[in-house]
Design a protein around this ligand. Sequence first.
Ligand code: FES
Length: 344
Amino acid sequence: MSARHLAKDQPASFAFSKEGESQAKYWIAKYPKDKQRSAVIPLLWIAQKDNDGWVSEPAMRVIGDRLGMAYIRVLEVATFYTMFKLEPVGEHLIQVCGTTPCMLRGSGDLIKVCKSKIGAKNTVSADGKFTWEEVECLGACVNAPMVQISNASGDAYYEDLDAASMEKLLDDLAAGRKVKLGPQNSRKSSEPLGGALTLSDKSLFDGSRAKKIKIPNAPKGAAKAKAAKPTPKKTTLIADGKKAVAKAPAAKTVAKPVPAAKTSKPKLLKAARKGVADDLTRISGVGPKIEGVLHKLGVFHFDQIAVWKKAEVDWVDEQLKFKGRIGREKWIAQAKKLAKEAGK
Ligand code: FES
């Protein structure tokens, strides 16, 4: 393994962005109190996204303090995993897969394009737009050769490349033009070029080819029993000697559909009291996204959740399309405890 060093020039400090802070809290809350260092990898990843694609030394200290870890332990993790960049990178980090399938399909040509358009690997291009590096298999060999590009919009795969499409991709990114994700030829997903070649005959799966078959070891009489003759209508002699047809048994009563359970809207607020909401992500099962939805509904505090009755839980469940998750994750018990801790 190659040695990885920290950048010589480091910023004076680091702080998570508002969104990064909320994500960090979410990850920390996932682990028991004395096991929160388990969140070190997610926190390093969030710090990297919050710091233009690389992890600074002050960021590692902040993470060490947040998780109660010695700084050296955070440094060990950050320097071990090559997904953490320890020096500044360009606006777009290009990771070219150089493993055998991509190599056999022409990743060498992509590397040549990177060298000529960006410069040496692991350096930032003169305009600050690009850094490129060679990486091991990214798991998209079926669309080889491919690259992963990370930038402010996220991390995405660009596949089925050749020298010309790679050049175009870099030119489009440099010019801020919209680029197509996935295969860069006319291929759809990982289908063969020109479309799917198998299962194109509908009769293979629409049931029209199905034939009745005789099961060789079926128990005797099973088929007969199935095809039982219709019961003849019973006749009875009545007093005047005429035959009367017995009344057919009354049709079975069709069960009425069960009415949907009654739900009831819980007490909702227009805004958090005194403008400060409780950190609902402390409830196990509530992440930043769900917390945002709860705020939109008018739920900002633990004590609001703590008093929900069954019908109110069902109402919130319906809004969140949760199918009983609130009960399974015991939100109410958690909220009661958290509200008590907060002295409400
Ligand atoms: S070899 Fe390149 S993605 Fe697997």
